[in-house]
Every structure is written in structure tokens, then in C-alpha cells.
Design a protein around this ligand. Structure first.
Ligand code: TAP
Length: 477
């Protein structure tokens, strides 16, 4: 039977979009010295707002504000007092959750059901979790001395969540921050700045400077920044590692990935199909730990692929603000171009390409959920991060072949294992070179659990007790 859905768009009236936004420095929104840029809705290409582009002088002002706040206020405040601010921020995030979710979906293109049910709740959870640590640092094992001023540069795929991963532990440990959101998704970081004002956070503890790569470079290169925390591409991560080498700055890098999602023949197939769909189509596949390589045991490959295709046929692609939507817009024209190019390469390399029939909107940036079968390890679509809703399917016969193929990548961020055998899960978890291994689930994020990669996926951990190490002087793990 064919079902038709009535559209169920979330109202955007809760969001008070301003025509233009300044920089958030020392507790105030100020005009930048540089130019400005437009941020658009990737679903409609509508201009949402004009945003200031911070130049070197603006970054310098933000770092000075952060230094003052660190020396005079934040590092002197007892942890129990810092905790109150973090709890207050967490509660305001919960109170304003609908506004944050709608704005995130507007600016980023992700489905409202994800921003509403995943991003924003996990953001609040991070602030609650690290608020709890602020007065218990002596029990974490990394000392209690903060580093000072943290320069933080984040990407566009989880704009508010990446902010929370960086800001919450930094503040809990007594650091102050200068953060740059991605050029295509600055709006929720600027709303977070308003939340800092609402929480009466002392001026200068959080500073938000918007801009492009050059603004990020200025933060990284600033001589009075003690710590650089970066999430983004491996290419930019390497450039940052080179820039800070020999400066004495501490650095954490959360970079790309090419995770294997491994399905053994005894796995409950329907659950595995849900895990595969969640692993690669959640957030349009714009996920560093996306399960972008499906490794399926040969004996169940045909059946699994048939069920996967059937399930993909039910995915709804379209308006991010519609509560029925499963797959939203690609974040930018540039990212869409990259996904198209690599997918065309996959076809030219001889892999079989398949997408369910689905109508894509006329305006905006869209790419249908896509799988490639018959992929070999040498194919570029098996080696390079596509960062879109594109799955490469490979097969294996034995656990050791699965391990070999899964580890045959320069990355090492995450992996998934689907089997009923506990002993096989433990074996795989030990053998896979990945920072996170999920068993019979995928893409689970919890503030209590450390997250981070091996090899070209980066260094350092965010989340959990380990996440404190990145922001304390005794934290060299
Ligand atoms: P990037 O191009 O690396 O951008 C990340 C951030 O760095 C953005 O704010 C960007 O500004 C800024 N930037 C660009 N060039 C810079 C430079 N030379 N110095 C300092 N900052 C610079 O990555 P992206 O395209 O935004 O994000 C996608 C990548 O991030 C993927 O590879 C993905 O796997 C990775 N990622 C990893 C994780 C974790 S936790 N490992 C999480 C999310 C994303 P603009 O926005 O203006 O370019």
C-alpha cells in the first residue's frame, strides 16, 4: 500500500533572526573591523543573516578579553561557583531547546527530528555533565590547574554540539575560550552567546568570533593562546599541527574518519539494517564517525542488501523543518560538489551505484541516499571520506578478513560490529584500530564516554573524564 504524508513543518516563528550579527567579545556583541559574509539556508538558499568576519585585530581583542577574564575572574573562582554557571547554561539550553533546534536546522540543513532529539539534548547533557566535574577536578587525576586561554575551531556538521564538546570541559576546568564556528553555520553559536549573557557569565569567559579559515588561522597563531582545540578535516588538522609545533601550545585534533560497519552472518538482520541506515544517513552522512564502509559477511550479503534497499526506499528526503524528514539538505554547494565528484569517481571505477527513487526539491543542495556495491579496497570511495549520504559496500568471509579490511585505512575513529556472539564482539573490539567501537548499535554519543581517534583521525579525547585532560596542566595522557 502506498502512503502519502501530510507535510508537518515546524514553525520557525520561535526564532528571532536578526538581519546582521556582530562578534561576541567580552560579553558584548560588537562590530568587527573586517568585512561580513552571508549565511544561508542550504535547503532553500535563502539568505538568513549577514555575519561579521573577524580579522586579526578582532581575534586579538577576543584573546585579550579571554586572558583578562581568566586571570582576574574565572581561574580564581572556586569550582563550585563555576559549576553554577555551567548548570545555569545547561538549564537555559533546555528552556530554549526548540529555538536552538529550529535555528540549527535552518542554518545547517539537518532534519528537525535530529536537532530536536539528538543535537540539542546532547548539548545540554554535556553542560550538565561537566558542571558536575567543576568542583571535583582533584578526583579526575589531572591536577586542578587550567591551561589559560583556549582557542577552539569547529566544523559545520554539528555546530552547537561541537561547541558544547569544546566549551563545557574548558570552562569546567577554569579556562576561558575564543571559539570560531564554521563559516556556513555561525548562527547557533551566536545564540549561545546570548545564552551566556542570559546566564550572567562573566564577560570574556566565552568569546565567539565568526569568520572563515583565516579567522581560524589567526586564533591558532595567536601567541597568547595556550591551547588549540580543533575539529575538522585531516588536511586542516595537519596544517594546525604544523603551525603549533614548537610553540608550547597544547593541541587536540578531532579529524576525519572512514568507519567500517561490520555485519556478521549471525546478526539480527533488521536491527543491523537500522544500524547501517543510522550509521550513514544520520545527518546526511556529514558525520566524522559515519559508518561509510559496510563490511558484510558474504553468506548474508544478498539478503542484507535487499532489505537495506527496501528500507532506503522509505527514507524521506526534503525540508529539514518537516518533522517527517529523515534526510535533510547537504550543508553547502561546495560540499555537494565534493560528494558528486567522489560518487562519479565510484561509478567510473566500476562500482554499482543505487539510490531509491526520490524527488529532490528544486532549490537548495540535495543528494539522494546512495549505495555502491561491488566496491574493492582500492577504490577511492572505499578509501576517501565522502562526508555525505553515500555508503560503500564490501564483503568478507572470516573475522580476520573483516579486521584486515576495516583497518586498511589511514583513519581510525570508529567502527560498528553486528553479531550475537559476545566473544566475537570482544575480539573485534580489541583488533579494530578505532577510538570507538559500537556493538549492535551505532552513532551513540554520551557525555560520559570519551571520543576520539587513532592515526589520521586525530589526537586527544573529548567527553568523559578523559575530556578534562585536554584542559588541565597535569593532563598529558
Ligand atoms: P575544515 O575545512 O577543516 O573546517 C573546520 C573548521 O576549521 C572551520 O571552522 C573552518 O573555517 C576552519 N578552518 C579552515 N581552514 C583553517 C585553517 N587553515 N586554520 C584554522 N582553521 C581553519 O572541515 P569542515 O569541512 O568544516 O568539516 C568537515 C571535516 O571535519 C570532515 O573531514 C570531518 O570528518 C571532520 N570532523 C571531525 C569530527 C571529529 S569529532 N573527529 C567532527 C566533525 C567533523 P570555515 O568554516 O570558514 O572553512
Amino acid at each position: 500500500m502506498d502512503f502519502t504524508y501530510a507535510p508537518a513543518p515546524e514553525s520557525r516563528s520561535i526564532v528571532d533572526l536578526k538581519a546582521s550579527y556582530g562578534l561576541f567579545i567580552s560579553g558584548q556583541f560588537v562590530d568587527g573591523h573586517g568585512s561580513s559574509f552571508k549565511t544561508i539556508s542550504p535547503a532553500t538558499e535563502e539568505v538568513l543573516a549577514e555575519v561579521a568576519e573577524a580579522d586579526d585585530a578582532d581575534v586579538d581583542a577576543a584573546v585579550k578579553a579571554a586572558r583578562r577574564a581568566h586571570t582576574r575572574v574565572w581561574s580564581r573562582m572556586p569550582g563550585s561557583e563555576r559549576a553554577k554557571y555551567l548548570y545555569r547554561i545547561a538549564r537555559i539550553i533546555q528552556e530554549r531547546s526548540r529555538e536552538l533546534a529550529v535555528l540549527e536546522s535552518l542554518d545547517n540543513g539537518k532534519p528537525i527530528k535530529e536537532s530536536r532529539d539528538v543535537d540539542v539534548p546532547v548539548v545540554a547533557a554535556h553542560f550538565f555533565y561537566y558542571a558536575g566535574w567543576a568542583d571535583k577536578l582533584e578526583h579526575a587525576g589531572f591536577g586542578t590547574t587550567p591551561l589559560g586561554v583556549a582557542g577552539q575551531v569547529i566544523p559545520w556538521n554539528f555546530p552547537l554540539l561541537m561547541l558544547a564538546w569544546k566549551v563545557a570541559p574548558a570552562l569546567a576546568c577554569g579556562n576561558t575560550v575564543v571559539l570560531k564556528p564554521a563559516e556556513t553555520t555561525p548562527l547557533t553559536a551566536l545564540l549561545f552567546a546570548e545564552i551566556c549573557q542570559q546566564a550572567d557569565l562573566p564577560p570574556g569567559v566565552v568569546n565567539i568570533v565568526t569568520g572563515a579559515g583565516g579567522t581560524g588561522q589567526a586564533i591558532v597563531a595567536h601567541p597568547d593562546v595556550d591551547k588549540v582545540a580543533f575539529t575538522g578535516s585531516t588536511e586542516v588538522g595537519k596544517a594546525i599541527a604544523r603551525a603549533v609545533a614548537g610553540t608550547g601550545k597544547k593541541v587536540t585534533l578531532e579529524l576525519g574518519g572512514k568507519a567500517a560497519n561490520i555485519v556478521f552472518d549471525d546478526a539480527p538482520i533488521d536491527q543491523a539494517v537500522e544500524g547501517i541506515v543510522n550509521g550513514i544517513f544520520f545527518n546526511q552522512g556529514h558525520v566524522c564517525c559515519a559508518g561509510s564502509r559496510l563490511l558484510v559477511q558474504e553468506s548474508v550479503a544478498d539478503e542484507l542488501l535487499e532489505r537495506l534497499k527496501r528500507r532506503m526506499g522509505t527514507l524521506r528526503v526534503g525540508d529539514p523543518l518537516d518533522k517527517n524528514t529523515d534526510v535533510g539538505a547537504i550543508n553547502s554547494a561546495a560540499q555537494l560538489q565534493r560528494i558528486r565528484e567522489l560518487s562519479d569517481v565510484g561509478e567510473a571505477e566500476g562500482a554499482g551505484r543505487w539510490s531509491p527513487p526520490c524527488e529532490l526539491p528544486d532549490r537548495g543542495f540535495w543528494f539522494p541516499p546512495t549505495i555502491f556495491t561491488g566496491v574493492s579496497q582500492a577504490h577511492r570511495i572505499a578509501r576517501e571520506e565522502i562526508f555525505g549520504p553515500v555508503l560503500s559496500v564490501l564483503t568478507f568471509r572470516t573475522p580476520s578478513e573483516a579486521v584486515e579490511k576495516a583497518n586498511n585505512t589511514p583513519y581510525g575513529l570508529s567502527a560498528g560490529v553486528w553479531t550475537e556472539k559476545g566473544s566475537l564482539i570482544l575480539h573485534m573490539a580489541g583488533a579494530l584500530k578505532a577510538g570507538v567501537v559500537w556493538a549492535n548499535t551505532f552513532n551513540k554519543f554520551d557525555p560520559t564516554s570519551p571520543f576520539g581517534g587513532y592515526k589520521e583521525s586525530g589526537q586527544g579525547r573529548e567527553g568523559g573524564r578523559h575530556g578534562l585532560a585536554a584542559y588541565l596542566k597535569g593532563g598529558d595522557l
